[in-house]
Write a protein that binds this ligand. Structure first.
Ligand code: HEM
Length: 362
């Protein structure tokens, strides 16, 4: 008779193997300081969370690859995105733990790390690549492609890290491309979706937006006190008007469709058929915000512990990290649309309202 083998916690979770991994280069916790054990452990905790986020985001990207993103898939996308954000939010709390490392204690073992650095974290690069950060959008310093070179071993040899990142680069589309393709298909105009319906929507929207700006300018002028305030305000509002128009009427037709779709979903977010697409966009924005917070929070922790010296990975340190926080935006259009939203009470009427609102026929 076959006996059922019991499962033990330690076998399933691999506890012993896991607890044997915090000994640093010495491979032995008793030979390194408690502070160094903390330093190694917190990096490992981050790497584990990156792994789970990556797994989930690949699934999200795969759902977007389908020709049609059905209702159930959309719910799944939102659920997974929210999970990733929850993990990221929890991981961002770990910076508090790193900050319990006294700077002088860190300096005792920092020398051992050269040239190791989080800059060599393959999983962070994989995350950026999967999300859609393009190679030419990266901050250049030193040798071209130095973030990839940093993953290679002595004499430029391939490593597990460089292989992982190369595999991510080959694994297309990126989440960004997949999401943009989905947005491009948004049936602006509802059942009557036709060529040019996005332009009609944008023209109506711009007219309302301009009236809102006129009203705001009028109000601003009533409290203007200095002699040249009127001119300054006119100038400010003219610039805003021009930049909104340039954003919503780009030369490239595809970009125009995508931006119109984001604005459309945001404007009519409470319509039943647009509520879930809106949550998808919200989920992506939130995830990106948490990634930016990760970068900002890491930079402030680094400044607190090692100041503004050159990093072990060979970058300018905090200055470089702050630049990444400021410049790395994968979904800039989602952010820009937030600057142009109007009061929903005066938004143009929704074309195809029956279609989006599932309203009963009368
Ligand atoms: C005492 C603690 C830490 C210090 C002083 C520190 C310092 C730095 C510095 C100076 C850089 C810039 C690259 C370089 O020249 O080395 C960097 C990059 C990086 N660090 Fe840390 N770090 C610490 C802990 C962590 C932890 C716990 C993580 C979690 C995984 C992490 C993840 C990263 C990542 C992903 C980068 C690359 C950023 C990018 O290129 O966008 N760091 N770190």
């Amino acid at each position: 008779m076959e006996t059922t083998k019991p499962t033990y916690y330690w076998d399933y979770i691999k506890v012993d193997r896991l607890l044997g991994l915090q000994g640093g280069l010495e491979e032995d916790c008793s030979k390194i300081s408690t502070d160094e054990i903390l330093f190694v452990t917190v990096h490992q905790v981050f790497e584990l969370w990156f792994k789970v986020i990556l797994e989930n985001l690949v699934d999200v990207r795969d759902l977007f690859k389908a020709e049609v993103l059905g209702n159930e898939d959309m719910v799944e996308v939102v659920t997974r995105l929210e999970r990733c954000s929850t993990i990221f939010r929890a991981a961002n709390q770990h910076w508090d733990v790193v900050e319990t490392l006294p700077p002088r204690e860190y300096l005792k073992f920092r020398g051992k790390l050269m040239p190791a650095s989080g800059f060599q974290s393959a999983q962070v690069r994989q995350l950026e690549i999967l999300l859609g950060l393009a190679e030419d959008e990266r901050i250049a310093f030193g040798a071209e492609g130095s973030h990839l070179a940093a993953l290679r071993g002595k004499g430029g040899a391939e490593t597990e890290a460089s292989r992982r990142v190369a595999a991510s680069m080959a694994d297309l589309p990126t989440l960004k491309d997949a999401v943009l393709a989905w947005l491009e298909r948004t049936p602006i105009g509802g059942a009557d979706h036709h060529a040019g319906s996005h332009e009609e929507f944008i023209d109506q929207y711009l007219a309302t937006h301009n009236s809102e700006l006129d009203e705001s300018l009028k109000m601003a002028k009533t409290v203007a006190s200095m002699a040249d305030d009127d001119m300054r305000l006119n100038d400010l509002y003219d610039k805003e008007r021009a930049s909104v128009r340039a954003f919503l009427k780009p030369e490239d037709e595809r970009t125009a469709r995508i931006r119109a779709a984001i604005l459309f979903i945001e404007t009519y977010a409470e319509e039943p058929l647009l509520a879930w697409p809106h949550r998808v966009l919200e989920g992506i924005l939130e995830l990106e915000q948490l990634f930016v917070i990760f970068r900002q929070r890491h930079a402030r922790m680094v400044e607190r512990i090692i100041g503004r010296r050159t990093g072990t990975g060979g970058t300018a340190g905090v200055e470089y990290l702050d630049q990444t926080a400021l410049q790395y935006r994968i979904f800039p259009d989602l952010w820009t649309v937030r600057s142009l939203l109007i009061n929903p009470l005066v938004a143009p009427g929704l074309a195809g309202a029956d279609f989006f609102g599932l309203r009963a026929e009368h």
